[in-house]
Design a binder for this molecule. Structure first.
Ligand code: SF4
Length: 387
């Protein structure tokens, strides 16, 4: 299971984020969260909530817009069982696949489980990160005794001006001086084919790990490109429990990720523009019911600008709330509609311009001409089919 937690923020920012979150531990995120963040980098609402580690799922349910995505308990259990199987006996199954895919020679195996020293929950992320960094940089230095397989390494990544920890459920695998990120997924590869959307989501997640590993090595003075852009994707074959491995080139995902992370507004700047008393605290009373009314939480959400797009439905827990809020906005029709209708914020304005019921402002002239011809074409088509 992957996770991240917030580190490296200034004391003032960390304090402010903790107040916004309320008196609970920050939500543990995963590489999916970072991948999703980059899908909507302009959304301040998501950036603030994720930056503060607010449990968006719980928040959405409390204000009566529960999210309807995420893995089912069954899928989670199946994923965990498959991962355990692939990693059983010092990764025996995985090793034979890696030998097949990457030509790993039989003697070249040394397995290190980086969470085994005192257990995942007993150590601070700082300690686990330091240990991962020490071991992985030792391997990067070419030390022959440094190992080849590293289970549960803890990585770090800068996200919106904050450093977050990433705990991959994968193995950073070193062979002939190069690291390969291994991503284990429980969706099936049938006759050599897998669901493209699932492969694409896995590739983005793996790219997050590649980027984090590259940054860690670069910070330590090593060549980041020794982390391969080819990741090893391990999945069950033909609905059996038999694992199979394919190499996936994530260069495209890496460049999108880098660009989007670079564009994200720094949390400090966003916080400066928000009300001083902003809080999404869902602290419960003695009966376990949050002490703040849902309306107060909704008001707090309205205080932070959102940038709803239909894509949000697939990646953000607040999508149903934001979609409802964005009703009537042209942006809610999708990125291409938003771009085509630049300067026209509301659907009713677009309709009035299309039907010549409103004179366009100077910056709306181009979009208005397009809308009018689209309306004309539609009218002709409708007349043609007798509607
Ligand atoms: S659903 Fe809302 S909060 Fe989430 S990314 Fe979209 S607009 Fe932002």
């Amino acid at each position: 299971m992957t996770s991240t937690s917030i580190i490296g923020t200034s004391d003032g920012t960390a304090q402010r984020l903790a107040e916004i979150r309320g008196g609970v531990r920050p939500t543990r995120h995963n590489a999916r969260t970072i991948a999703a963040l980059t899908r909507n980098p302009g959304c301040a609402r998501r950036a603030v909530l994720d930056g503060a580690g607010v449990d968006k799922q719980r928040l959405a349910a409390y204000i009566d817009f529960p999210s309807r995505f995420g893995q089912s308990q069954f899928a989670l259990a199946r994923g965990n069982a498959f991962e355990a199987q692939v990693k059983a006996n010092g990764c025996a199954d995985l090793l034979s696949l890696l030998r097949e895919r990457l030509g790993l020679p039989i003697p070249e195996v040394a397995y290190d489980d980086l969470e085994s020293v005192t257990g995942r929950d007993k150590e601070s992320p700082e300690v686990r990160y330091a240990r991962s960094r020490a071991l992985l940089t030792r391997a990067a230095s070419g030390d022959s005794g440094a190992g080849t397989l590293f289970d549960h390494p803890l990585l770090g990544l800068e996200v919106a001006g904050q450093r977050v920890y990433l705990e991959p459920d994968l193995i950073a695998f070193q062979h002939e001086g190069r690291f390969h990120v291994v991503e284990i997924k429980s969706f099936a590869v049938v006759d050599g084919q897998a669901d493209p959307s699932k492969v694409s989501a896995a590739a983005i997640q793996a790219a997050v790990y590649v980027l984090a590993m590259r940054e860690m090595l670069a910070e330590s003075g090593y060549d980041p490109t020794i982390v391969s852009h080819d990741v090893v994707l391990v999945c069950p074959r033909d609905f059996s429990n038999q694992p199979t491995a394919v190499l996936v080139d994530v260069r495209k995902q890496l460049s999108v990720l880098r660009r989007q992370l670079g564009r994200m507004t720094k949390v400090d700047q966003m916080l400066a523009a928000l009300p001083a008393n902003l809080s999404f605290d869902l602290a419960p009373d003695a009966a376990g019911v949050p002490t703040r009314a849902p309306d107060a939480i909704v008001d707090a959400l309205h205080a932070v600008d959102a940038r709803y797009a239909p894509d949000c439905l697939a990646v953000c827990e607040l999508a149903y709330f934001c979609r409802n809020e964005a009703k009537g906005c042209t942006a809610a029709l999708g990125t291409s509609a938003r771009e085509e209708l630049g300067g026209i914020e509301r659907v009713e304005t677009a309709l009035a311009l299309a039907h010549d019921e409103l004179a366009p402002a100077e910056d709306q002239a181009e979009a208005a001409a397009l809308l009018r011809s689209a309306a004309r074409l539609r009218a002709e088509l409708m007349a043609g089919v007798g509607l």
